[in-house]
Design a binder for this molecule. Structure first.
Ligand SMILES: Nc1nc2c(ncn2[C@@H]2O[C@H](COP(=O)(O)OP(=O)(O)OP(=O)(O)O)[C@@H](O)[C@H]2O)c(=O)[nH]1
Length: 300
């Protein structure tokens, strides 16, 4: 039997219908078609999938394709290769799997309509944060404008919680970036569990999250925030068998007080400034929560 290793001519390849798309990290949205029987992933400029990131080894992993099946193999890299958050030495890839090397996440796509899947994925990238899989800031601000408009029109309550992980840089520095990423994902899941399906919750920045609570007063939002704060404070965050202490600081505000602070009334045109005023009020309070010692909530 003769096995041909090397470039497969486009059009003849059962592998042309597979690719990796960067969903987190440098070159977001970049697509790598898996056209060769063996593709090297690493920092080296010899790599077929070259990712210039410190946390990635020069020859980090290899993806091998045979008869439409793909396997990823770690090449004894320093920081490991992960598939769907599990460290792997060698692992078959299935459609939708997320491969993480260093800070980069690549999504494996395969199937008969790879272009459609790819465009769907690109659309997801405009609304969903690749690391935490919750909404991103772009989506949040768009939705917030809509919800604020409705709350003003019908004079309904609307509260906002802005939440920041304390000393997150120290977590990265002490336990490594992979541990930091793990904490971000866990915190996102905790917030999700503490919010209502009608709430709009997003990753707002590096280690900052935001939740908009329609038809809820500030006092209700404070109860939600306090329960979340306590939960995260007492919950063990574990990564690679190591326990990481995590706490949150939060600023809480509501639309009525934000609009009072703005000194405006009625009309459509000021929705943008109402959004801005609400975020600013919560952000000022978050700043105070940090100043007075962290692991706390400021709401007024
Ligand atoms: N692991 C990881 N780190 C990130 C990510 N995004 C941002 N960061 C890091 O988050 C850190 C934020 O640090 P700072 O803004 O100094 O805040 P902090 O250390 O949390 O300090 P306080 O907010 O004052 O308690 C920076 O070191 C960023 O590099 C990410 O996606 N993953």
């Amino acid at each position: 039997m003769v096995t041909t290793v090397g470039k497969v001519p486009p059009g003849d390849s059962p592998w042309q219908n597979a690719c990796l798309v960067v969903i987190n990290g440098i070159d977001l949205g970049k697509k790598y078609a898996l056209l060769q029987a063996s593709m090297l992933v690493g920092r080296s400029n010899q790599a077929d999938i070259q990712i210039d990131e410190d946390a990635i080894s020069r020859k980090h992993a290899v993806i091998e394709g045979h008869e439409g099946r793909f396997v990823i193999r770690d090449l004894e890299s320093t920081n490991g290769t992960y598939v769907n958050d599990c460290a792997v030495r060698e692992h078959p890839l299935a459609d939708g799997d997320q491969v993480k090397i260093g800070r980069t996440i690549l999504k494996f796509l395969t199937g008969s309509n790879i272009e459609a899947s790819y465009h769907e994925e690109i659309y997801r990238l405009t609304t969903i944060d690749g690391l935490t899989q919750v909404y991103n800031k772009y989506y949040f601000l768009k939705e917030m404008a809509r919800v604020v408009g409705r709350s003003v029109r019908y004079e309904r309550d609307l509260a906002l919680i802005l939440c920041d992980i304390d000393y997150f840089k120290l977590i990265n520095d002490s336990y490594g970036h992979l541990a930091g990423d793990h904490v971000l994902k866990q915190v996102a899941q905790h917030i999700k569990r503490h919010t209502h399906p009608d709430d709009i919750f997003a990753r707002y920045g590096g280690e900052e999250f935001v939740a908009l609570l329609p038809e809820r007063s500030k006092s209700t939002a404070v109860v939600v925030a306090e329960s979340l704060r306590k939960h995260v404070d007492s919950e063990p965050f574990e990564f690679d068998g190591v326990s990481i202490p995590v706490t949150l600081s939060m600023g809480v505000a509501d639309l009525r007080e934000a609009r009072r602070a703005l000194g405006e009334r009625g009309g459509i045109s000021e929705h943008d400034s109402s959004c801005f005023a609400l975020i600013k009020l919560a952000d000022d309070r978050l700043y105070w929560a940090k100043q007075i010692g962290r692991n706390t909530i400021v709401a007024g």
